[in-house]
Design a protein around this ligand. Structure first.
Ligand SMILES: Nc1nc2c(ncn2[C@@H]2O[C@H](COP(=O)(O)OP(=O)(O)OP(=O)(O)O)[C@@H](O)[C@H]2O)c(=O)[nH]1
Ligand SMILES: [Mg+2]
Length: 456
């Protein structure tokens, strides 16, 4: 158990109505008592917990600010330790002065995510819930938020725990039979074991199928806008964002660097990337842009390929279509206000890629947005979004436990000794335990919490 006192500004270092300096650890209450003079004489140690006390924060007899202070006693606090929150005015200098004062009295500056890490280490949250805390803070859409809140309330933990409990009781039975080898395992038992393993495999596969959706809600759908130069890629970005984010000119090769913006499209978070137009070029800077644009198409979750109907089709258009053809994608034929030089049928697209003809200069985006939502919602995003695997870490752990269980089943099928089956089950239990943080290395835990913000 940690014993030192940690402190940080919990509200962010920007001017605001109030600012909160949070202090946690055994000894926090006397520490804050030493710098806080309540309006009424009782000290914080004597005060009722969870009640605001008005008073003054003082530094060597000088008032730093008026503040409200609340004490939360272990174990009933966010971290599970004694916690004191000082609510002062939300000025940067005020907050920093009070934090500095707290540090001078013996607290240490909290590392990013350290409050939540302590909550985890003290058993207030499991690891999926701790991860959900940062997802709540960073969620990009209301659906993303509700996925994160579900996870914070333990939806994923419950699903994992249910599978682990089944495997655990199976393991207990197997080990009992190993301890008493003279009693051969009856046939019924074997059939039952097989059933439990098969059932667990089903549950884990269903869980694994949620991984893409979970990641999308957390990170957004990586959407790359691609096409030849000058077809209207940046125009599309600007129209979708409803602002002039990217430069648009009649000069081909305008966009060089990647421009990234997040867009909430009917509840779906899109990470939109506008890229350089793809063509052969002598210009070194543009060449780099083109190379990056091609790489991004490979990494994308979703590709929007824009073409210009007023410009004859060329080998570059077909080269890009080829890159896009096996992807989740949509083709936008732009500039329909100008004289068409070719027809959509000439693209010979498979039916799985929708085509939208539009003039980005004049037309409404309604139909295009509908098509984008249709393509993106398909398969990857369901309406029911409870208990999703939201991180690669979760996904890999489920994949590993599936392998372990497949191994256990194969052992059982081959009629090999039961102690060999138990190895597979133990492996699966351990891998699933990693998701909730029961069996996990400290370095992995440190890495997870280092992604948090300070004060959380
Ligand atoms: N007539 C017409 N012009 C358009 C339309 N959409 C875009 N343009 C024009 O086409 C030119 C190129 O548009 P951009 O959006 O900069 O094209 P881009 O694909 O980003 O070009 P690069 O960044 O150079 O690859 C600009 O002059 C736009 O105003 C359209 O629907 N009709
Ligand atoms: Mg551009």
């Amino acid at each position: 158990m940690q014993t030192d006192i940690i402190a940080a500004i919990a509200t962010g270092l920007a001017e605001s109505g109030i600012g909160i300096v949070r202090v946690s650890g055994a000894g926090s209450i006397p520490l804050v008592d030493s710098l806080f003079r309540p309006l009424k004489s009782r000290s914080l140690a004597e005060t009722t917990p969870y009640r605001m006390r008005l008073g003054k924060v003082e530094d060597e007899g000088q008032t730093v600010d008026e503040a409200l202070v609340v004490v939360m006693k272990a174990p009933h606090s966010y971290t599970g330790e004694d916690v004191v929150e000082i609510q002062c005015h939300g000025g940067v200098v005020v907050m920093q002065h009070i934090l500095d004062l707290v540090l001078r009295r013996g607290a240490r500056l909290a590392e990013p995510g350290e409050f939540t890490k302590r909550a985890f280490l003290n058993g207030r949250l499991d690891l999926t819930q701790a991860e959900a805390v940062i997802d709540v803070v960073r969620s990009k859409t209301s659906t993303g938020l509700s996925v994160a809140v579900d996870q914070l309330e333990g939806s994923l933990s419950r699903r994992i725990r249910c599978v682990r409990d089944e495997l655990h009781s199976l393991l207990v039975r197997i080990e009992a039979s190993i301890d008493f080898p003279e009693d051969d395992i009856p046939e019924v038992e074997l059939v039952e074991m097989e059933a439990v393993i098969a059932n667990t495999l089903l549950k884990l596969r269903a869980l694994l199928a949620t991984a893409d959706e979970g990641r999308i809600y957390r990170e957004g759908i990586k959407t790359v806008i691609t096409g030849k130069p000058n077809v209207g890629k940046s125009s599309l970005l600007n129209r979708l964002l409803n602002e002039n984010r990217a430069l648009v000119t009649e000069v081909p090769g305008t966009t060089r660097d990647v421009i990234e913006e997040t867009l909430n499209l009917k509840g779906i978070p899109l990470r939109l990337l506008d890229t350089a137009g793809i063509r052969e070029t002598e210009d070194l800077v543009e060449q780099l842009g083109v190379r990056r644009a091609k790489e991004l198409v490979q990494e994308a979750d979703f590709v929007i390929h824009v073409l210009d109907v007023s410009d004859p089709l060329s080998s570059e258009d077909f080269m890009i279509l080829d890159m896009v053809k096996c992807r989740k994608a949509i083709v936008v034929i732009n500039k329909t206000d100008l004289t068409a030089r070719w027809r959509a049928s000439e693209l010979q697209l498979s039916a799985s890629i929708p085509v939208v003809e539009i003039s980005l200069l004049h037309d409404s985006l309604e139909k295009l947005i509908e098509e984008i939502v249709d393509v993106v919602m398909d398969r990857s995003v369901s309406q029911q979004h409870s208990a999703l695997l939201t991180r690669t870490r979760h996904k890999q752990a489920v994949e590993k436990s599936l392998e372990d269980l497949e191994q256990a089943r194969a052992t059982l099928d081959e009629g090999l000794p039961v102690d060999l089956i138990s190895i597979g089950i133990q492996g699966a239990l351990e891998n699933l335990g990693e998701i909730v943080g029961e069996t996990i290395r400290d370095t992995v835990i440190d890495e997870i919490f280092s992604q948090f913000c300070i004060g959380k």
